[in-house]
Ligand binder design. Structure first.
Ligand code: ARG
Length: 453
């Protein structure tokens, strides 16, 4: 029997159907169905015989899904209906008992929670793989000077080890965010029923334990309408992808002939169909290009949840494609980042040449004057005058005669030439977190320790 006298409009069926994207939830759907069937029997809600028939039927359904032979039908609305339909075909009418004390509302929330937990744990692992790749690269290039930039203008020289470790700290924060996400799916939604709880004395904690939840959602209304953990995942993923976009942008710049700081591995680049000389950093470009779609998914889900009355509304079906695409996109971005970092060949001479631009020592000259008692603002002006003379006369600062230097300030004595000797610009940055080698070594040890705990 059906409540409806007329068939669904085909376009209604299309807009309503989620099977095309939610079929990937089947492993979670089958797992929770097994746990649910066991609990129903343990509580005396179904017989042990029915439980065994359901479990055997679920095994058969799983085998088909795994083998790709599961006969999906046009009228399967979503993965939950498809699994139950097929279970009933294979196991007989007992299949209809599985949905006792369960609604698709708490069912789908549970599948999504399981999926999100796994995705967050995977993100943590992939982030750690990238942290390891960056830390190894930092160690291998610990004392290779290159210019540090602000406004993409050469600012002060740094060591490549220091620069690469900057990304490690961004990723360490990302890892914390994903750990937080995993904590946000600690409570089992299942057992909330459609919204109000169920008319049976279920044991939600038994189901929770089997599915790896540490507790149960305390409010049935909240349990079926909560998608905060998806927002949390998308937020963590958007921030992480944004970090990777900055790495990608630098790899694009650095692998250009103009910079020439790095050669990307063949495995992570492509050729041009028309210009044989080209080696394009496509993956690095896509780290830039893909990041905004994850931020877009986050904004979209905020839109879906905004002002949504409690409890379940079909709007919530729109959580999935945003989440799934974000998970798939982030997975690829993290893999590409680690692959590119591992395969990158840095060009020491090119970076050193760029870092030996003496104008990059301007701050250090100003600080020399500070140490002679000149107020910093005044020093800034003195060095700016020197830089202007150097630029207009096309000479290096170290080519200025002692008299020319003194004309700018009586304090610019012979030590000026020492300051202009490249290594000192780096080794003078002794403050904690700075680029002096002992500080970078300290940082490297901290980065290594990140992966121990
Ligand atoms: N396909 C639905 C979704 O993804 C499953 C829940 C449907 N619940 C309902 N009452 N129609 O949200």
């Amino acid at each position: 029997m059906s409540r409806f006298a007329e068939p669904q409009d085909p376009d209604f069926a299309s807009i309503n159907r989620s099977l095309d994207f939610d079929r990937r939830l089947w492993p979670y759907d089958v797992a929770q169905s097994r746990a649910h069937a066991r609990m129903l029997a343990a509580q005396g809600i179904i017989t042990a015989e029915d439980r065994d028939a359901l479990l055997a039927g679920l095994d058969a359904v799983e085998a088909e899904l795994r083998a790709g032979t599961f006969p999906f039908r046009e009228d399967d609305e979503d993965i939950h209906m498809a699994v139950e339909r097929r279970l009933t075909e294979l196991a007989g009418p007992v299949g209809g008992r599985l949905h006792t004390a369960r609604s698709r509302n708490d069912q789908v929330a549970t599948d999504i929670a399981l999926f999100t937990r796994e995705a967050a744990e995977e993100a943590v692992e992939r982030i750690e793989a990238l942290i390891a790749a960056l830390t190894d690269a930092a160690e291998a290039h610990l004392d290779w000077p290159l210019p540090g930039y602000t406004h993409l203008q050469r600012a002060q020289p740094v060591y490549l080890g220091h620069h690469l470790l900057a990304y490690v700290w961004m990723l360490a924060r990302d890892r914390e965010r994903f750990r937080f996400v995993a904590g946000q799916v600690a409570n089992l939604p299942l057992g909330a029923g459609a919204l109000a709880g169920v008319n049976f004395d279920t044991d939600r904690r038994m189901v929770a334990a089997e599915l790896g939840f540490t507790g149960v959602a305390p409010n049935s209304l909240d349990a079926v309408s909560n998608r905060d953990f998806v927002l949390d995942y998308l937020s963590a993923a958007a921030t992480c992808a944004t970090h990777l976009s900055r790495l990608g942008a630098e790899l694009v710049l650095w692998s250009s002939e103009e910079f020439g700081f790095v050669v990307l591995a063949d495995a992570w680049t492509s050729g041009s169909s028309i210009m044989p000389q080209k080696k394009n950093p496509d993956a690095a470009e896509l780290l830039r290009g893909k990041a905004p779609r994850i931020a877009g998914h986050l904004a979209a889900l905020h839109g879906v949840l905004h002002a949504l009355p409690l409890t379940y509304n079909k709007d919530l079906q729109e959580d999935k494609e945003h989440l799934f695409d974000a998970v798939d996109t982030l997975r690829l971005c993290l893999a590409a980042s680690a692959g590119m970092v591992r395969g990158a060949e840095f060009r020491r001479e090119r970076m050193a040449a760029a870092a030996s631009d003496e104008l990059i020592a301007a701050t250090d000259l100003a600080d020399l004057l500070v140490k002679r008692g000149v107020p910093f603002r005044e020093c800034h002006g003195i060095v700016a005058g020197l830089v202007r003379d150097a630029v207009t006369s096309g000479r290096r600062l170290s080519e200025f005669t002692p008299d020319e230097l003194r004309a700018h300030s009586e304090h610019l004595d012979a030590e000026t030439y020492d300051v202009l000797a490249q290594r000192s610009w780096l080794e003078s940055k002794v403050s904690e977190g700075g680029t002096a080698l002992p500080r970078v070594r300290e940082q490297l040890a901290l980065a290594r320790a990140l992966l121990d705990g």
